[in-house]
Write a protein of this length. Structure first.
Length: 443
């Protein structure tokens, strides 16, 4: 018996030496597959939140940037992407570690007065934005000859049914599917046949123009990228999905992926308009649908159609998410039950508020001769007023040991986050100044 064992050893050694390399790679492939499945299990909150930021107001801003300045403002997308990642990652981390929404934490750490003020300003800003989203539906559908009196009520009914009658996982899958439709913009950009060399040059080599319009547009681009509602919705979504600290690293990748993708889409919107509208001398864009129609003579009917589809998709997706973010914020702030995994009877205030926001937002758009542009400007002012408070709240919370424990910001993280916050505060103040005192921005 002992001899046979000794004799077997060389054979085993030779068999190991002659073994193909595939079994050696198999464990790593299985590990990669496992990690990919884990990532897919947590992907959603970060990806959806960042993409919804490309709402009709955002699309209009990017279209204006391309139409007015060509490729010259593409460089701003790199620092804004970094800033967005920093802020969104903090919100997601707080949700994972504490298991509470941002309004919950503000109420517990800063009291009811600060929470009430935050909810009030955020509610005003969100409601104005909700109106703007349904205005985007009306504007986009008008390209196809559909009246707003038909398009807006149908969109409102579909959005309400999906959210109120669904539960978190299927709703998240639907929202992810809608997020993928944003890739119609890259196709539109390629059909516009841009100067890719110049576009890439202006993306990585910043240039400056001594023009107040140029400065105002930079402020607008950054202001439309980081908004207060995003932080509340992202943190609430992470909590409702039940993501724990073991999956935090994957959640962080979800956030990073979402932020990168949303600004890549913004890049292609700017490129599409720069290659067509700027090149042709059509510099004044006052409506996102106007940009879609204006593309037709230069990039073709198909490019124009894809741009319009992207606008309608963005409007519907935003119309679903923004009221949801507001409902989360208010219910968390005052301690009511919230979450789309609950039935209407289990969270009546949450669903009642969501229904009210959808109904009123859509109803306002149906008012004849409504000054929608002024409403959009009002929402920008309200967002600008609230954003500094939200950023300061977040940075204080994420550094409190009793709240975050070992997951609080480190020295490097704080340096990046506070620098980002200061820059955003300055740019937000500048944005509010240009809106409130437009006469002072003349060249």
């Amino acid at each position: 018996m002992g001899d046979s064992r000794r004799a077997a050893k060389p054979r085993m050694a030779r068999a190991t030496a002659e073994r193909p390399t595939l079994p050696i790679r198999a464990p790593s492939l299985r590990f990669l597959r496992y990690r990919l499945l884990l990532l897919l299990s947590v992907i959603g909150p970060g990806f959806i939140t960042a993409n919804v930021d490309n709402d009709p107001g955002g699309i209009l801003t990017y279209s204006q940037a391309g139409a007015k300045f060509g490729y010259a403002l593409l460089w701003t997308l790199i620092p804004t992407t970094i800033a967005l990642i920093v802020v969104q990652e903090m919100a997601a981390r707080m949700g994972v570690v504490t298991g509470k929404g941002l309004s919950d934490l503000i109420r517990e750490e800063f009291g009811l007065r600060a929470t009430a003020l935050t909810m009030f300003i955020l509610g005003l800003a969100d409601f104005a934005n909700i109106i703007a989203e349904f205005a985007g539906v009306a504007s986009g559908m008008s390209i196809f000859g559909v009246s707003k009196y038909i398009a807006v009520p149908i969109a409102a009914a579909v959005v309400w049914t999906v959210i109120v009658r669904g539960s978190y996982k299927p709703v998240e899958k639907i929202l992810l599917l809608f997020s993928l439709i944003y890739f119609t913009y890259p196709i539109s950009a390629f059909l516009a046949k841009p100067d890719w060399g110049l576009a890439l040059h202006d993306t990585f080599i910043p240039q400056w123009q001594n023009s107040s319009d140029y400065v105002v547009m930079i402020v607008g681009l950054i202001g439309t990228t980081i908004t207060p509602w995003m932080q509340f919705y992202l943190q609430a979504s992470v909590v409702e999905k039940g993501i724990d600290q073991r999956r935090y690293s994957l959640t962080r990748w979800d956030v990073i992926l979402g932020c990168v993708v949303t600004d890549v889409i913004a890049f292609f919107i700017v490129v599409a308009c720069a290659a067509t509208l700027y090149k042709s001398g059509q510099r004044d864009i006052t409506d996102a649908a106007q940009a879609a129609v204006a593309l037709r003579p230069f990039a073709g009917r198909f490019a124009s159609l894809l741009f319009a589809i992207g606008l309608i998709n963005a409007s519907i997706l935003s119309a679903a998410i923004l009221p949801l973010a507001t409902a989360y914020n208010v219910c968390e702030g005052v301690g009511f039950e919230s979450g789309i995994d609950r039935k209407f009877g289990e969270a009546p205030i949450f669903y009642g508020l969501y229904t009210l926001l959808i109904g009123c937002g859509a109803g306002v758009v149906l008012i004849p001769r409504l000054p929608l542009l002024k409403i959009i400007l009002l929402s920008q002012v309200a967002n600008g007023m609230l954003l500094p408070f939200v950023l300061v709240f977040m940075l204080i919370l994420v550094n409190r040991k009793r709240v975050m424990g070992e997951y609080r910001n480190r020295l490097t993280g704080n340096a990046i986050a506070w620098s980002t916050a200061v820059i955003i505060l300055i740019l937000t103040a500048a944005m509010i100044w240009t809106i409130v005192f437009p006469s002072s921005t003349g060249a």
